[in-house]
Design a protein around this ligand. Structure first.
Ligand SMILES: [Zn+2]
Length: 287
């Protein structure tokens, strides 16, 4: 496997295609992150640990703690810069939508914030803008290793870059839930925190009514998938806290926005699988 990987890396470095077309390398489905040639060359002498994790295809992109550690070593220098850019292949309408979505977040006024929210984000729109702008340096398009992925951060390529897939683009989701995905991914840029890798969901994985837990974005079954969190501070946990606070405390949001925020927050809360973490969030958000 290692030899194949190195061969592929070398091949890509020389041929510089825009996409890793390979069946067996990632998951047998032909999927895999699309790897820009320049960044890839920097990675070609690394071991297979630098290669992306096998993707289940169930939900958002998955990486291992080991990959995050390798990435943190490789990208140790992180300039304290502000501002970010779109890759030129991000469709104009998506750029416009993203800018409008982020402006919406920046404009949020909040009467208060829960303690967990204050700890992670602070309070209100200015804090949301700061959170995003101090973490994300670029937004591009990528398959994120799966036909069902929505968005991803791929630490071994660039821990500060956020990728969107066609699923982010082609489905119509409420504005506040798009921001749930974007802030979920922004949390994954935190190299100092191991990029907050997902935890594996239980199998079987049922809701309170005994129904199978599914992704609210793709409908994919979550049992046994690395699509859960064991801490309130991870990507699912923090985006749950973000949306629940918008639902409860936004003073200039429409009722629809607050309802959507509550709906998606409650859904994401279902992915918190540790009893202690659930209790902490319950106490913070649901009373
Ligand atoms: Zn994630």
């Amino acid at each position: 496997m290692t030899r194949n990987v190195l061969f592929l890396l070398a091949l890509l470095a020389f041929a510089a295609p825009s996409r890793a077309e390979t069946g067996s390398f990632f998951d047998g489905s032909g999927g895999g992150p699309e790897l820009p040639a320049l960044k890839f060359q920097a990675a070609k002498t690394d071991s297979a640990q630098g290669a992306p994790s096998k993707q289940s295809g169930a939900d958002l992109y998955y990486f291992t703690p080991q990959e995050a550690k390798e990435a943190a070593k490789r990208f140790k220098f992180r300039p304290k810069m502000r501002g970010w850019t779109f890759d030129s292949n991000v469709p104009q309408n998506i750029q416009d939508q993203m800018l409008a979505d982020l402006a919406f977040m920046k404009g949020i006024a909040a009467e208060k914030a829960t303690p967990l929210h204050s700890q992670i984000f602070g309070k209100g729109g200015a804090a949301y803008a700061e959170f995003f702008e101090s973490r994300v340096t670029g937004i591009g398009m990528n398959s994120c290793g799966s036909a069902k992925a929505v968005a991803c951060v791929i630490p071994f390529m660039d821990p500060t870059k956020m990728w969107l897939t066609q699923n982010f683009v082609k489905f119509s989701h409420p504005q506040v839930s798009r921001m749930m995905v974007v802030y979920h991914e922004a949390r994954h840029t935190e190299s100092d925190n191991g990029n907050w890798p997902h935890a594996r969901c239980p199998d079987p994985f049922k809701d309170a009514n005994g129904n199978d837990m599914k992704s609210i974005w793709t409908g994919a079954l979550l049992a046994g998938e690395p699509a859960c969190d064991e801490t309130p501070f991870g990507s699912y946990g923090s985006s749950t806290i973000l949306l629940k606070n918008i639902s409860k405390f936004c003073t200039n949001c429409t009722e629809k926005v607050k309802m959507d925020a509550g709906l998606y927050a409650d859904d994401q809360f279902g992915r918190i699988i540790d009893d202690g973490a659930r209790k902490q969030m319950q106490d913070d958000l649901y009373r």
